[in-house]
Write a protein that binds this ligand. Structure first.
Ligand SMILES: *Cc1c(COP(=O)(O)O)cnc(C)c1O
Length: 355
């Protein structure tokens, strides 16, 4: 039933991709005169005069082993943002095709759709912040090429039910994109295990969150080798810099430390949720499978501005669908969380004083 060729835009189906010097040559050589680099050196440091590996071979080998996938099922991009944009450019004909998003969710899906002139169909989450499967299945059309599911979801923090995601993927012809930016903090494993069963599944992950490399811009996509091939053909040849590639490879040796940080973040998340519960202006603390907590408070805008005056920045989600009255706070270090709690205590005090 699933026909990848039929989903791909005609211009992409017919694309003859750019062939870079470094992707044409395979094997061992000693003298590289193929890429017009500065042969003498680089003021930035040893090796930076050379173009980086366009296929990110080392990252793929290492990460594929960790994640239990094949390197051919893996795309490495300049942040997840690049993967999101590539999916639009590969699958969505501007001005004709559509994408489905399930608000409240991550803002980049719509921005990327708008940039690519792709119509967005919004099918909101239920009041429990879960996927409305019947609404999604009846809301898609023959022009729906991409369905974005964020799990754990930003800004609500919860995982989507696995069976809902699988049910959607099995019953649509489009590509189901599951954004797992926060999966390292979650109580359930990644959906990568389902890749073999679901040819239309694309899973996004990133080095920006648990792995602590937001500044390097490295994102990942996992999908069938056929979808990954398309992404590799459409991406700019040298989309991930040499510095970023080397830093990721080095960081993979430090997995233990990352796991300890995740453990600390989870402890702080529990502590923060328990502490927030004690404030009378806190109405709801939503269950989180991520490194942030969504909190419903009695006067979100005023509290948000008060916190800014106290030099503590959280994310105001008051004007977001289904998130009225909500602020989203990242789980910080113990010291940062203490600053947040002190500021909230001052807020209580200032309200009592003004009564
Ligand atoms: C932070 C975040 C990302 C990360 O994007 P990068 O471009 O990889 O930094 C992706 N998806 C969601 C939902 C996020 O919150």
């Amino acid at each position: 039933m699933f026909d990848l060729k039929r989903l791909v835009r005609k211009n992409i189906r017919n694309l003859k991709p750019y062939s870079s010097a470094r992707s044409e040559f395979v094997g061992m050589a000693e003298v590289f005169l193929d890429a017009n680099e500065n042969a003498f050196g680089s003021p930035a440091g040893n090796g930076y005069n050379r173009y980086p590996d366009p296929r990110q071979t080392e990252i793929k080998q290492r990460v594929a082993a960790i994640k239990g996938v094949d390197p051919t099922q893996m795309f490495v991009g300049n942040g997840s943002d690049e993967a999101i944009d590539l999916l639009f450019r590969i699958f969505c004909e501007p001005g004709r095709d559509e994408a489905v998003i399930c608000p409240p969710t991550y803002g980049m899906y719509r921005v990327s759709a708008d940039i690519n002139d792709v119509n967005v169909r919004e099918i909101p989450l239920t009041t429990e912040f879960q996927l409305d499967v019947p609404a999604i299945l009846s809301g898609i059309s023959e022009w729906t090429k991409l369905i974005f599911i964020c799990s754990p979801n930003n800004p609500t923090g919860n995982l989507m039910q696995r069976k809902s995601v699988i049910q959607i993927a099995k019953n649509v012809n489009g590509i189901v994109v599951v954004d797992e930016a926060y999966i390292d903090f979650a109580s359930e494993p990644s959906l990568t295990k389902e890749l073999g069963n679901l040819p239309n599944l694309v899973i996004l992950q990133t080095f920006s969150k648990a792995w602590g490399m937001a500044g390097l811009r490295v994102g990942l996509a996992f999908a069938s080798p056929e979808i990954i091939d398309l992404m590799n053909c459409v991406k700019p040849p040298y989309n991930v810099s040499g510095i970023a590639q080397q830093a990721v490879v080095d960081a993979l040796d430090d997995q233990k430390r990352v796991e300890q940080w995740i453990e600390s973040a989870l402890q702080q998340r529990t502590f923060l949720a328990a502490t927030l519960r004690r404030f009378d202006f806190v109405e709801t603390i939503y269950r989180s499978d991520a490194n942030f907590i969504l909190v419903k408070v009695s006067d979100a805008d005023a509290l948000y501005h008060f916190l800014l005056e106290e030099k503590v920045v959280v994310r105001n989600r008051n004007n977001v669908e289904l998130c009225g009255g909500c602020l989203r706070t990242t789980v910080g270090t113990p010291e940062e969380n203490r600053r947040l709690i002190e500021a909230l205590e001052s807020w209580c005090k200032s309200r009592i004083d003004s009564e």
